[in-house]
Design a protein around this ligand. Sequence first.
Ligand code: F0G
Length: 431
Amino acid sequence: MSSIYLQCIEETCGQRQDAKRDEYACAACGGLIEVKYDFDPFDPEELRRTWHQRRLSGEPIDRSGVWRFRELLPFIDSSTRIVSLSEGSTPLVGTRHTGWWAGPVHLTIKHQGNNPTGSFKDLGMTACITRALARGVRMVACASTGNTSSSMAAYAGRAGIRALLFVPYRQISAAKLAQALDFGAIVVEVGSTFDEAFELLRQIAPELGLYLVNSVNPFRIEGQKTIVAEMLEQRAWRPPDYIVVPGGNLGNASAIGKGLRELKTLGFIEKVPRIVVVQAAGANPFYRMLTAGSRDLIAVESPSTEATAIRIGHPANWKKARRVLEWTDGFCESVSDEEIFEAKSVLAEDGVGCEPASASTVAGVRKLVRAGKIERHADVVAVLTGHQLKDTEYVMRHRSESQESRQRLRAEPSLDALRRQLETVLAVPAP
Ligand code: F0G
């Protein structure tokens, strides 16, 4: 049986803690905590076959794209009640037009919007809420830009645990807020940024006895890392050259890096893909730090971007993410809101919808190929983190209200009026 412990990631500290306690910060130095295992030796070939066979099983634990890889998550045992909604098992979609536009590169899309609540957060949440239930937690809490909260509300509901969430006032999309309300969460609108809401939650959590499910909770990272196993399986275990993710609180980049490192150590892969993090230009503290060559985060006090999911000025996981870029020889890019919109429109021409934050990946790839940092024809996987319907206000603003798009017309109910409206948009150019 593999054994588990929690450890502070700070090189100068590295203190181990008992895995029976949940910690969000090292008791000795306040650093980030990660879950570590002394894995039993695996035969990678045999385990790959087992994982593959589970896809034919009807058992809920095998239907989940997280728990199908449970040998990578040995913090549960056969008696643990798994809180799952059949998350994961998301498609890896080839692109036609988008890869040419962005590169040309061989671009595939790992679409995490096809999760039960419409975002990649469900992978981490099934792990974290399973852990919370096993620990007898009665109330979970998070601060969120909208997706973590929808996901927490759904999984907490399923587990019979109460859910409390802090969101910045009027800063998250209506669809995400509606999801959390629909799942019965208590919503507190507080502060004007995610960072402010999160800081207040962290301060008040101990006195209220709240169990935090933000990505500082290392069990969130555990669930999210399984995306790598699923993606590699879908690619017959051939790692791509690059995996590109949007960067907000930097939990996802940390999780993907951890997953890759474990799979390499366990002998599943030789080559490690380079991780690329893309931030929005108005909320790019990680990018600023790396380009300035600073060892400390250059926080953004008033983050601003239309990609509200990643409107974060002080990402909690920046040290984990920096380590991942060091391990994988990765890098970070920053893209404007205009570039994000352009990339989102190109994806849409390929029939791929996503929320704005997700499209930053494709915008980043285009920029990096142009700068010569990603080679033309490279094998690139972009992780699209959220569903198209997560932010319909954004689409309506750009596609419906904008005059130049001329996509949304209104006509009086007569054939003449219809002809007049349509002749302007359906005019066929002369041969
Ligand atoms: N994409 C989407 C759609 C997100 O919702 C988030 C983060 C990210 C990317 C960035 O991921 O934080 O791991 O770097 N959303 C969090 C939330 C902050 O509260 O829903 P990250």
